[in-house]
Write a protein that binds this ligand. Structure first.
Ligand code: NAP
Length: 348
């Protein structure tokens, strides 16, 4: 069954893949962007196969009526737009307010729209935890209750936006149901060629931003799997509630070893090891010299290994995740292709 789907923040990293998947499945798509007339930031969308079924319209999260007219004739909604930056000048103004106000604006608009059947919200593992506890297996029942405007403020914005969404549904009891997708760190090729905040992790690793290997372990998921999860969640009869969305963990040491062994030894990957108890102590001290967003991330993640159970998304949305190493290598190749990382020198 093909339907008319509205997706907010359509030009973003994950959204562009989601638009591509929606068009490939035959849906008609309305994508909201901040500047639909900006040909540079929307060219990758207009070039997609099936783009004759894509309409781009203007919406800003901070305009309370931004989505009202756009959802009037849609069947399904993906609310994906949200500011995604680890370091901001003013966490309330730059992260929290647009995330929460934008979610309210979208849900209020949907509550008045006659045809909307389901709203899929792009939440995050940031709404699940901001300090993974190695001894606890995270599930959809877990909520991040520790972030604040000064501690991992991006995480706080995602947790507060998702909480606001579930509260809205509980209070307003709209005709449609709400489903949330909670991805961990999303990697993969970029359709626009720009560096997403999450792929920046690999850019930083390969461009020398990390002086040493630290005791960080990340849960990764491929952007194409996250896109597929959103598309399936729109119509899957079993879809309900929240969905952790992560393919697997890799430590910084494992990512560096993979890249070094796979044709990226010429890049500025860290060589020294700080992934020990003493290293963690030094890295925590060094964190005080970092921008505030980076510092609180380091202090809450060093030495911790996230554990999680993704059985629900695999079962309800029939999702099989791509191999993490393959996703990381395709990301690295894409970063080289777009000039963000130096290519390997040619053999003489
Ligand atoms: P992205 O490329 O930065 O996408 C964010 C989108 O939100 C962009 O299209 C951006 O528009 C839009 N946006 C931000 N502020 C806005 C505002 N005030 N008004 C209207 N639109 C606004 O990042 P992404 O990685 O694809 O993230 C997409 C969603 O997934 C976000 O909700 C993010 O929190 C969530 N998520 C991402 C990851 C990850 O690892 N990438 C993991 C979990 C969850 P502009 O292009 O105009 O700035």
């Amino acid at each position: 069954m093909t339907t008319h789907v509205l997706i907010s923040g359509a030009s973003g990293f994950i959204a562009a893949h989601t638009v591509a998947a929606l068009l490939a499945a035959g849906h008609t798509v309305t994508g909201t962007v901040r500047r639909p007339d900006d040909s540079q930031s929307t060219a990758h969308l207009r070039a997609l196969p099936g783009a004759e079924r894509l309409r781009l319209v203007a919406a800003d999260l901070e305009d309370p009526s931004a989505f009202d007219a756009h959802v009037a004739d849609v069947d399904h909604v993906i609310h994906m737009a949200s500011p995604f930056r680890m370091d901001v000048a003013d966490a309330r103004r730059d992260l929290l307010e647009p995330a929460v106000a934008g979610t309210h604006a979208m849900l209020r608009a949907c509550a008045r729209a006659p045809r909307v059947q389901r709203v899929v919200l792009t939440s995050s593992m940031a709404a699940v935890t901001d300090e993974p506890d190695t001894s606890h297996v995270l599930t959809e029942d877990d909520w991040n209750v520790r972030s604040s405007l000064t501690r991992n403020p991006y995480y706080y914005s995602k947790a507060e936006a998702e909480r606001a969404a579930w509260r809205f549904v509980e209070q307003e009891r709209p005709r449609w149901d709400l489903v949330a997708i909670n991805p961990f760190i999303v990697v993969g090729p970029s359709l626009s060629g720009t560096i997403s905040e999450s792929n920046k992790l690999l850019v930083d690793l390969m461009n020398g931003a990390y002086p040493a290997v630290m005791a960080l372990t990340w849960g990764f998921v491929d952007v194409r799997d996250v896109a597929a999860a959103h598309v399936r969640a729109l119509t899957a009869p079993a879809a309900n509630g929240r969905y952790l969305c992560v393919a697997g963990n890799r430590s910084m040491r494992e990512v560096v070893a993979l890249l070094r062994a796979s044709g990226y030894a010429h890049t500025r990957l860290p060589r020294r090891g700080l992934d020990s108890a003493l290293g963690n102590h030094l890295a925590r001290l060094a964190a005080f010299t970092q921008p505030r967003g980076v510092a609180s991330y380091l202090r809450t993640h060093l030495g911790r290994v996230p554990r999680y159970d993704c059985a629900k998304i695999m079962r309800d949305l029939d999702l099989a995740f791509r191999d993490v190493d393959q996703s990381l290598l395709e990301t690295a190749a894409d970063l080289v292709r777009h000039g963000h990382v130096a290519p390997a020198p040619r053999a003489a």
